[in-house]
Every structure is written in structure tokens, then in C-alpha cells.
Design a protein around this ligand. Structure first.
Ligand SMILES: Cc1cc2nc3c(=O)[nH]c(=O)nc-3n(C[C@H](O)[C@H](O)[C@H](O)COP(=O)(O)O)c2cc1C
Length: 404
């Protein structure tokens, strides 16, 4: 995959910078074009001259032109690199740079290029075990993962500090294999396609402070949006209330209720090529929403009842409006899973349905992994092994591409 690919390598100031010299050699040997950018701290460990010699390109350390009076050297290097790259690798990634990337700082060449990037970003954290296990670092890494950034997990073992634990930068060939793998996983095979994804739960208000909701975390839908965007699609994500960051290059519309989700889907459906309904939309909503908070009655009083009515069936309505669009539904079942999902596929005129069952370990709500069965129009059902939700999303897109 690396032959003729443009790779931007961001090197930050960690003790393992020396390993990146071999990484550059391996990338070049595989036929990639490599441009190295370094933080000022990284130059304390290995000089730009070494990377320049190995990459056969000028190394960029500063955002600023060398000659402040020359317009020829003034080019916006970070934007140019962002457009040029097929993938960017930040390795080793210090705790400091990871924090900057997580919070969108753009004060050096690496963080600025990352913000301007249109291709997959791979980050290889490397640091002392306590820095790695620190809550701040872990939260920052979670933010990056949530945006669809690939994280190469640090290895465990003896560290430069003499301590033993997780935090070691993997060996150069592991890093290069990982980059190769990401390029293979993210072909631009959805470019030109408009994909609409729904994700998360809906909240149906009872009064100004209470609602009826469900346990959907939105992770599956967000993984689908991330994966489709990395494969070149123009993605719009309609999300119920979740606490997840917006994936890179994805247009996000936040909604709360089933009715708002319904309206947002209908607003976008006509211009959509593929609709993936991964949201857990409420089937019922309160008939009346109290204007003020419902007061607690005396402790000996009887309970209260909330009358519910059906919400509109988005998939059914959309199926009736369908022309060229491919529509994929999700089904979460607890009993007779396959049979119920097949019925839903047929009744709602879907092109494919993805079934998850609460009976599978590591599947459905809130988990990082999922176990799904993909059911196609002809009734073929394929159960995939347990995988991270991002990998499940990639598989779903592979199946989708086979539909004509
Ligand atoms: C000898 C030495 C080794 C260091 N190794 C690491 C490291 O492996 N990982 C890390 O996160 N920080 C490491 N640091 C700290 C970073 O260099 C420091 O946080 C710096 O501000 C990072 O800047 P940068 O992210 O802009 O490259 C090291 C510092 C020193 C002095």
C-alpha cells in the first residue's frame, strides 16, 4: 500500500525519536514519499539533518519562513502538507503533543498540519508509564480515538527511565506495518457519495427536566460516520444526545427527540446516496409534556401514569420516498433475533439490515466492540466475529459497496 504514497511524519520530543530514523528508511524502501516535520523539542534528540538526509527532503521545524522578508518562502506549509498527504503519522507522540492535538492547538508545524489534514492520522504515543497512565493523557487519547484518529498502542516493557510498564514506542517495522494497514483500510472507494448516518438515542420529554431515553451511546453510528468519511464520502451525521466528539470532516446535526430526528432525516434524504439508520429512536413518546416540573406527591400517594403514543416510523416513511437511495437499518433484538430482523428488512423495504443482539457478549449498547449479523435483501445472513466498532463499521461499508 505504501508505494507512491505521500506520508507526513511528525516527530515530537521523546526519547524514542531515534527509532524514527529506521521508520523513514523503511517507508522510503516501501516506495513512499516522506516529508518530516519536527517540534523544536524533537530536534534536541535527533537533528533535522539526519531526517533530511534519510527522507531526501527538507525537514520543517518552524511554521515561519526562514527569511521573514521573502514572499517566496512564505508558503503556508502546513496547509500544503495537509493537502499533499495520503496519511500522517505522529511518532513518537509526546504527552504534550497529544494534549495539543486533543484540544485543537495550532502553535507549531505538527499541530497546525494535523488541523489542515484531509487524510487518516495515525498517532503513536510514547512516554514514561506514569505519564501514559495519567488520567489527563488517557482522556486526551480517548478524544483522539473518538475523532477517528488511529492510535498505535504503546508496548509494555522496560522504559528509558528504568521503570517497567506501558509507554514504549513499538519497533519500526510494527509502526510501518500499522501505517500500511491503515492505508489498506481507508481506500477512497466512497468518494463522491453522500452518506447520511443517524446515531445515538432520542430523549422524549415528560416535563422540562425529565425524559424517556434509552442506553444507546452513539458509538456505532459515530464509527460508521468516521469510517465513511475516511473512505472519502461526504458524511452528514444526525445525532441524538451523546457525549462523543464529532469525527473529522463530518457535518453533524444534533437533535433530541424522535420527531426532530425524523425531520432532520427527511430534510437530507433526497440528496443522500446512502442512509444508515444506526440511531435508537424512541418508539413511544409522552402524549403530553408537562409545562412545569411534575411535583413529587406525598409518600403514601399512588404513583402517576404517563400516557404514551407511537412516534413516526422513520424507516418506513423513508422507504416510501426511496428512489436511488440505499437504505440500511439496524435492529436490536432480544429474542428470535434473526427472524425479527428479516421481517423488519422486508417490511421496511431496506437494502440491508444490521442485527445486534443483547445476548452476545461485547455487543450493542455502550460497548467498544460489537457482534453483528449482516442480513442482505436475499436473506443471506453473515455473522461477524466480535470486533471494535470501527472495524465493524468498515465491514458494513464493504458490504454496502457490493450492493447495486
Ligand atoms: C531526556 C528527555 C526525554 C523525554 N522523553 C519523553 C517521552 O518519551 N515522552 C514524552 O511524552 N515526553 C518526553 N519528554 C518530555 C518532552 O520532551 C516535553 O514534554 C516537551 O515539551 C515535548 O514537546 P513537544 O511535544 O513539542 O515535542 C522528555 C524530556 C526529556 C528531557
Amino acid at each position: 500500500m505504501l508505494a507512491d504514497k505521500n506520508i507526513v511524519l511528525g516527530v515530537t520530543g521523546g526519547i524514542s525519536v531515534y527509532k524514527m530514523c529506521t521508520v523513514v528508511r523503511l517507508l522510503k524502501k516501501a516506495g513512499a514519499h516522506v516529508r518530516v516535520v519536527m517540534t523544536q523539542s524533537a530536534t534536541e534528540f535527533v537533528t533535522p539533518l539526519t531526517f533530511s538526509t534519510l527522507s531526501e527532503e527538507e525537514v520543517i521545524v518552524s511554521l515561519w519562513p526562514k527569511d521573514k522578508h521573502s514572499s517566496t518562502d512564505l508558503g503556508v506549509k502546513h496547509i500544503d502538507l495537509g493537502l499533499w498527504a495520503h496519511a500522517m503519522l505522529v511518532a513518537p507522540a509526546t504527552a504534550n503533543t497529544i494534549a495539543h492535538l486533543a484540544h485543537g492547538y495550532a502553535e507549531d508545524i505538527i499541530s497546525s498540519t494535523v488541523l489542515a489534514l484531509r487524510c487518516p492520522l495515525i498517532v503513536a504515543p510514547a512516554m514514561d508509564v506514569d505519564m501514559w497512565e495519567n488520567d489527563a493523557t488517557q482522556q486526551n487519547v480517548s478524544i483522539l480515538k473518538g475523532r477517528g484518529i488511529f492510535i498505535i498502542p504503546p508496548e509494555s516493557g522496560e522504559l528509558a527511565s528504568g521503570l517497567v510498564g506501558a509507554g514504549r514506542l513499538p519497533e519500526p517495522d510494527t509502526i510501518v506495518d500499522y501505517v500500511d494497514d491503515v492505508l489498506e483500510k481507508t481506500p477512497c472507494d466512497l468518494s463522491g457519495k453522500k452518506i447520511l448516518v443517524t446515531a445515538g438515542p432520542t430523549h422524549e420529554p415528560i416535563d422540562p427536566v425529565r425524559f424517556i431515553g434509552n442506553r444507546s451511546s452513539g458509538k456505532m453510528g459515530f464509527a460508521l460516520a468516521t469510517a465513511a468519511s475516511l473512505r472519502g464520502a461526504d458524511v452528514t451525521l444526525i445525532s441524538g444526545p451523546v457525549s462523543l466528539g464529532t469525527p473529522k470532516n463530518v457535518k453533524r446535526i444534533d437533535v433530541e427527540t424522535a420527531e426532530q430526528m425524523h425531520n432532520a432525516v427527511l430534510d437530507h434524504f433526497e440528496k443522500t446516496d446512502i442512509l444508515i439508520m444506526a440511531a435508537a429512536v424512541a418508539d413511544y413518546t409522552p402524549v403530553e409534556v408537562a409545562e412545569h416540573k411534575i411535583k413529587k406527591l406525598g409518600s403514601h400517594a399512588h404513583g402517576i401514569s404517563v400516557e404514551l403514543r407511537s412516534t413516526s416510523d422513520i424507516l418506513h416513511i423513508v422507504a416510501e420516498k426511496k428512489s436511488k437511495q440505499i437504505v440500511v437499518g439496524f435492529a436490536l433484538e432480544t429474542t428470535n433475533e434473526l427472524e425479527h430482523a428479516k421481517q423488519k428488512l422486508e417490511k421496511k423495504n431496506l437494502d440491508m439490515i444490521v442485527l445486534n443482539s443483547t445476548n452476545d457478549k461485547g455487543a450493542a449498547f455502550g460497548t467498544e466492540t460489537n457482534v453483528v449479523t449482516i442480513i442482505q435483501k436475499d436473506g443471506t445472513a453473515t455473522k461477524l466475529p466480535k470486533k471494535p466498532k470501527f472495524d465493524v463499521a468498515m465491514e458494513i461499508l464493504n458490504y454496502l459497496l457490493k450492493l447495486k
